[in-house]
Write a protein that binds this ligand. Structure first.
Ligand SMILES: [Zn+2]
Length: 251
């Protein structure tokens, strides 16, 4: 145990820079402690995502514009109830430098929410992101083909596919269009094939904490996996991934 901790610590001391491209700080009991611990542990960039009006407004409050940045938007689950908030996105994004994109938005067919309502809210937000020239953070569950088609059809330039659920061929198609593919901290053979097929320049990592990972520090596991599969040293892997995040979100 201690040996492992020392090993992890050594990794973190060699000037590497980790990033968590997708989590929900507002869902933690003490978000500021979580963010501070992550920062001390080497996670210098955290993108916290909204999904409803309330969680989007919390995300804006939590972002400091140095290490923590927010993306805000209405996810499929809230598409029916919070659709009105979509009209407020341009104003909030234009007046807050720490809000760096629109998300998480997309389609989710695991919950029985009306398809047309979901698509309508998704498309409106895609168009707003395009008009503001900010990236979208895409959510997809049991809907990846349709989500990918919509993103392409709207001519989106900047997108990250969070918790990517497609296979390696779809991943490489999307990467060819300049989109980033985000890998969560759950290993599977499909995910390993995705990592293997993609260039490191198209990969980002996330924890989706607290829902999936325990905290943003869990990106370490994902970076380790990517490092192993790509045969690139841990520090270089983490720095290149963080470079991808900074470039997409212009931070
Ligand atoms: Zn999420």
């Amino acid at each position: 145990m201690l040996k492992q901790i020392v090993k992890d610590r050594e990794k973190l001391l060699v000037g590497n820079e980790l990033s968590d491209v997708h989590c929900h700080l507002d869902m933690f009991k003490d978000p500021f402690v979580i963010a501070k611990d992550a920062l001390f542990g080497g996670v210098s960039i955290i993108i916290t995502a909204g999904g409803s009006e309330a969680s989007s407004l919390s995300a804006v409050k939590m972002a400091d514009g140095d290490n923590v940045f927010a993306v805000i938007g209405i996810d499929p689950q809230n598409a029916a109830n919070d659709a009105g908030f979509v009209d407020q996105l341009p104003g909030i994004i234009k007046s807050n430098r720490r809000v760096v994109g629109i998300g998480e938005i997309g389609l989710d067919y695991s919950m029985g929410i009306d398809r047309e309502i979901q698509v309508g809210v998704f498309e409106r937000q895609i168009e707003i992101a395009k008009s503001l020239d900010v990236p979208i953070v895409v959510h997809s569950r049991k809907a990846i083909s349709e989500v990918a088609e919509l993103v392409k059809a709207h001519g989106v330039k900047k997108a990250v596919f969070h918790f990517f659920e497609g296979d390696e061929n779809m991943a490489s198609d999307l990467a060819d269009l300049g989109y980033l593919i985000s890998i969560p901290p759950i290993e599977s053979s499909r995910r390993k094939r995705v990592i293997n097929k993609l260039s490191i320049d198209s990969i980002v990592v996330e924890t989706d904490s607290p829902a999936v990972g325990k905290s943003p520090l869990d990106v370490i596991k994902v970076v380790e996996l990517v490092s192993e599969i790509k045969g690139i040293p841990f520090n270089e892997t983490s720095m290149r991934i963080t470079h991808n995040v900074k470039k997409l979100f212009s931070i």
